[in-house]
Design a protein around this ligand. Sequence first.
Ligand code: ADP
Ligand code: MG
Length: 367
Amino acid sequence: MADTSLPLPPGSTIGILGGGQLGRMLSMAAARLGFRTHVYCPDPDSPAFQVTDRRTVAPYEDQAALADFAQAVDAVTYEFENIPSATAAALARTVRVEPSPSILDMTQDRYVEKSFISRNGLAVADFATVSGTAEIEAAAGRIGYPCILKTRRFGYDGKGQTRVERPADIPDAWSAIGGKPAILEAHVPFLREVSAIVARGSDGTLRSFDIAENRHENGILRSTTVPAGISAATAEAARAAGYRLAESLFYTGVVAVELFVVADGEDGERLLVNEIAPRVHNSGHWTEDACSISQFEMHMRAVANWPLPVPFRHSDVEMTNLLGNEVDNFAKIAALPDTRIHLYGKVGVRPGRKMGHINRLAPLRGR
Ligand SMILES: Nc1ncnc2c1ncn2[C@@H]1O[C@H](COP(=O)(O)OP(=O)(O)O)[C@@H](O)[C@H]1O
Ligand SMILES: [Mg+2]
């Protein structure tokens, strides 16, 4: 294995597990630093394949394909947290994999993840593990209504979760999530949602992007605004939460922490951690156009053991996702002033599918 205390030289190949838009943008950032990328994804239509030097189209369980991939790359990262952790662990026997595969085990299970967060002294919504209607009823009695039932595993973009308003909803809620092991969580009457996107280098260097404010529709991120409409103290607390989690995981790379801002007293604010994404994040796409370094370059630098610069945001920005057939308006959008458009090259439009995003820039008003 390469000496991990040295920076990976340009010309090296970084392997990326997962071929979605995040892999695509990671690959483009790596290319700017002189790296080659090798994307591994089972789906032959993956957007990242269009912008990578090498590709493997194979299931994540294909041991022979994984062995060849490990041979062909100098380091591995992932763009998707539902990569089987056994896949990442198998690769880690012969090649550097960052973030560490053990982090996948933790973030793939909402119960394990929430327990980890609260063990680290950070507040989360009340939660309980449940595996049947009787347990849901008992937990809801304690947590209170309304509450949210979420599958422990494989949820994303609001999928695998449903709201429970009253005891009579429980049987339908349980079947709506497919009767899978779940957590029941208090519904949080948040003022805002924000995210902390932080990076940690293998030498322990910590960096943070400005805190972003996120608006979701139907569980899918609609838009991100920076600066967030929160106090300086709340922004500092969000950053500190990101740093604490990155440090306690001995994390290498970019990690996103989603947080709820809730009212505290008359006009105070308090944070609850919602979830951790062990990867670059949709709410960090603004960094590509409004900051001296993007989350994608920051992540690739951390994986390659390069120096991590302090990010400098030079503009205010609003990122808006282009969902489903909104992408059909590309020509109109491309004519907007102060707006940069990013399209993912996806084959096939489906309602709610993330097809691209735009960053609308404005002069810096403050932090
Ligand atoms: N406990 C909660 N209270 C209020 N809103 C919630 C809660 N949990 C999730 N949501 C809403 O649903 C969105 C998606 O839920 P999240 O837990 O982040 O799952 P996903 O993995 O799909 O992103 C959140 O960003 C938030 O808007
Ligand atoms: Mg989320």
